[in-house]
Design a protein around this ligand. Structure first.
Ligand SMILES: [Zn+2]
Length: 374
């Protein structure tokens, strides 16, 4: 029945979440303690927030004093009980409820006492001839705000995984996983199953910026040094430069790379020269790896889209040649002693490689930093 809840509808119907979906009471308890211990909130604020969410909804305003033009509660009551006050009937209905959200997902009742709202059992959309006919007390129940929205929009939850609403999931990712860049934050949000505009991620990222200023969050600086790591599926990720071996099954592609450099590479799906493309990616946009629940770690290597994301080259491709350039340097494609400039690709799909002469094979091609003209 709430009208301003559309902002909650921001998870895809098949959203899978991350490892929050596997958390039990001890992990959630530790999370709340951490919010206090790490200085996000005080215990008083945590308690006060819960107390506010527990306060039962204002059914007097929503039902007894509802707008007669919008809702049929007043007219329907007057017709059935001409001499009795609507509010006394509203309270009678209200007190007879369990005071918990009755919404059922995959056989389990939500049951929360938080943020309850009066909601239709049989929705107004099923009374198309006369929506006001839906507005009777015996057609009302209590649902939490989230499930009030979910019911209206036929939101089906995924495979018994109980996910956080998008607003809470944004903070869970930021505080629990602590992505090192805004790009990675956006990737994690898409992997979680969020469908909202990416400006929501930019806004939520403010918490990372604020926390970094307090010395409580690490954002990967463009001025830093990084190791590039290549995975068996072709994905390239990075980590803060260290002398450590790379994760099992991976190789260090380059060590102590400048965060301001550009990773330039030739890749193809099949090693066929006609399918070669030239790509560039700022090192600052190359993802770090994070725990992704049951997903492979290279799932982070995406260009995020509203529907999730597309694999970020060279993930899923064969990497043929690569070079790191400074922003002011030019890369040339070299084949059999001939060099030509590679223009910067305008899209994430790379640039078709042409004009190399017929004799040059894929193995003859390499990328080189152009000699300084000056
Ligand atoms: Zn609920």
């Amino acid at each position: 029945m709430a009208s301003n809840a559309s902002e909650d509808e921001e998870l895809a119907p098949d959203a899978h979440g991350l490892y929050d979906a596997t958390w039990q009471q001890p992990e959630w308890k530790a999370m709340v303690e951490r919010l206090v211990d790490d200085g996000f909130v005080t215990w008083k604020e945590a308690a006060a927030t819960l107390l506010g969410e527990l306060n039962p909804p204002q059914v007097g305003t929503q039902i007894a004093s509802s707008d007669a033009g919008t809702f049929g509660f007043k007219a329907n009551h007057r017709a059935a009980f001409p001499d009795e006050s609507l509010m006394s009937h509203v309270l009678e209905w209200f007190y007879s409820e369990s005071g918990r959200c009755v919404h059922v997902v995959d056989g389990a009742t939500c049951g929360t006492r938080l943020d309850l709202q009066a909601d239709h059992v049989n929705g107004r959309e099923n009374f198309r001839e006369n929506p006001h006919a839906a507005d009777t007390l015996d057609n009302l129940t209590l649902r939490c705000r989230r499930h009030n929205v979910a019911k209206r929009k036929s939101h089906v939850n995924n495979a018994n995984r109980t996910l956080l609403p998008a607003q809470q999931a944004l903070m869970w990712i930021l505080i629990e996983i602590q992505p090192y860049t805004k790009y990675d934050f956006g990737r994690l949000c898409r992997i979680y199953g969020m469908t909202m505009a990416s400006v929501r991620f930019d806004e939520a990222w403010a918490m990372a910026v604020w926390r970094e200023r307090e010395g409580r969050y690490q954002i990967a600086a463009v001025a830093g040094e990084y190791d590039l790591i290549v995975w068996p599926d072709g994905a390239v990720t990075r980590r803060f430069a260290s002398g450590e071996p790379s994760p099992h099954g991976t190789q260090i592609l380059a060590s102590e790379v400048q965060g301001g450099d550009v990773f330039c590479f030739l890749a193809s799906p099949d090693g066929v020269k006609a399918n070669l493309r030239y790509y560039e990616c700022d090192v600052a946009r190359i993802p770090f790896v994070y725990p992704l629940d049951s997903r492979p770690p290279t799932d982070i290597a995406i260009w995020p889209t509203a529907k999730g994301g597309v694999p970020m080259p060279p993930r899923g491709l064969q990497l043929h040649s690569w070079v790191l350039r400074r922003p002011d340097e030019e890369v040339h494609l070299s084949a059999l002693g001939v060099e030509r400039q590679t223009p910067t690709p305008k899209t994430v799909n790379g640039l078709k490689v042409t004009g190399l002469g017929r004799r040059a094979t894929v193995a003859d091609l390499s990328l080189v930093i152009a000699a300084d003209a000056s």
